[in-house]
Structure formats: C-alpha cells, structure tokens
Design a protein around this ligand. Structure first.
Ligand code: SF4
Length: 197
C-alpha cells in the first residue's frame, strides 16, 4: 500500500502525518470517505519520518504553501512537523497548521514555543461557543476540559504573534455570532466554513 503522506489540494501541498486524533467530531471529513479531492486514500498503514516527507515535497514542482492537516491531528507529530516546516521555510514557502488546538494536552507540554517559528498561520477548530456545545459535537477524550484548553491554546498563539484563525463549521445548532464574539475575545480571526459532505 502506498501511503499518501503528501498530496496536492488546490494550489497547496497537504502533509498527512498521522491518523491519530483525540476527538471524534460529528462533521469530521473522515466519516464520509477515504480522502478529499484527488488525494487518494488518506488512511495510513504507518506514520512517516520527516526525511520521507521532505523527499516527497521535493517531488512536487510547483505549489504555494505547506499545510499540515488531517486525516488526524498533526500535533501528535509535533517534532516531525517542526522539522518539515523548517525545510519548507528554507524553500521560501509559508506553512499553515490545521489543528483542534489540543496539542498541549496531547503532548503533555506547552508546544506553542516550538510552533512559533515553524507555523506561519495557525487555523484552530473552534466549533462552538460553549464547552457543552463543543463536547456535544467533538466528543473529545479530554471531555469538557477540551474547550477551555483549545481557547487557551488560541490565546497563547495570538500572544506569541502567530497569525491565528479560529473556524466554525456552519451546521445546524452553531451560533455563528456568539462564536464571532468569542473569537474576538481571543484576538483570533473567525472563519466560517461550509460543511463538506
Ligand atoms: S479534530 Fe479534526 S481530525 Fe479530529 S475528529 Fe475532529 S475534524 Fe476529525
């Protein structure tokens, strides 16, 4: 089986480091199929080393940015992500991390100082304006603590000067205006995403 560690989506290269995730979101794209666009199957038989990812990046001729994204939560592989991001920067490319914002809990340490130089744009899933609402759709193994931890991670990224965006998926029951107020309080921008069926 050929694992799809790196794939093109739009003008960017997406990096698929792991299938692990501490959440089980109702709207997770993983519930609907094995990939996105022309990615191929994003379920992995193993996790890659940084050197493998870097070699694969070099096999793509032209792309805009490097995006660390699913099929899983990339902060499970923080060290590898930081190494790959440094390589992307050495090639003059910007980096983005799509994350659930629970990386400090996942790693048992504060990872924001490591991400500060590695990640140019932090995109964090906000998903709700309350911890109960978050728990109802994200079903995190961290329970009701997950929501506050995600908000703290967001505020820390903003404080460290990382361009930080929080996102909500426009599904029934999500109060977009309340999310906008909450996002504003963290200093992050809000992005409303459409549900991808
Ligand atoms: S945090 Fe992301 S990868 Fe994890 S279940 Fe939710 S949408 Fe899927």
């Amino acid at each position: 089986m050929n694992d799809n560690f790196v794939y093109r989506y739009g003008d960017n290269l997406y990096i698929n480091l792991t299938n692990k995730c501490c959440n089980n979101c109702d709207f997770c794209i993983r519930n609907n199929g094995d990939g996105i666009g022309d990615s191929g199957n994003l379920w992995l038989s193993r996790e890659p080393e940084a050197s493998e990812v870097i070699s694969l990046i070099d096999s793509f001729a032209d792309y805009d940015e490097i995006v660390f994204c699913g099929y899983g939560e990339p902060t499970y592989k923080t060290e590898i992500m930081v190494e790959v991001a440094a390589y992307a920067h050495s090639k003059g490319k910007k980096t983005r991390l799509n994350t659930n914002g629970l990386g400090n809990l996942i790693n048992g340490r504060d990872i924001v100082p490591e991400l500060k130089t590695a990640i140019d744009v932090m995109s964090i899933s906000l998903n709700s304006h309350t911890k109960e609402g978050y728990d109802a759709v994200c079903h995190s193994v961290f329970g009701l603590d997950a929501f506050d931890e995600m908000l703290n991670f967001t505020k820390e990224c903003v404080a460290e000067g990382i361009e930080t965006v929080v996102s909500v998926v426009a599904v029934e029951g999500v109060d977009i205006e309340a999310c906008r107020v909450l996002a504003s309080g963290t200093g992050a921008k809000l992005k409303v995403r459409e549900y991808i069926a």
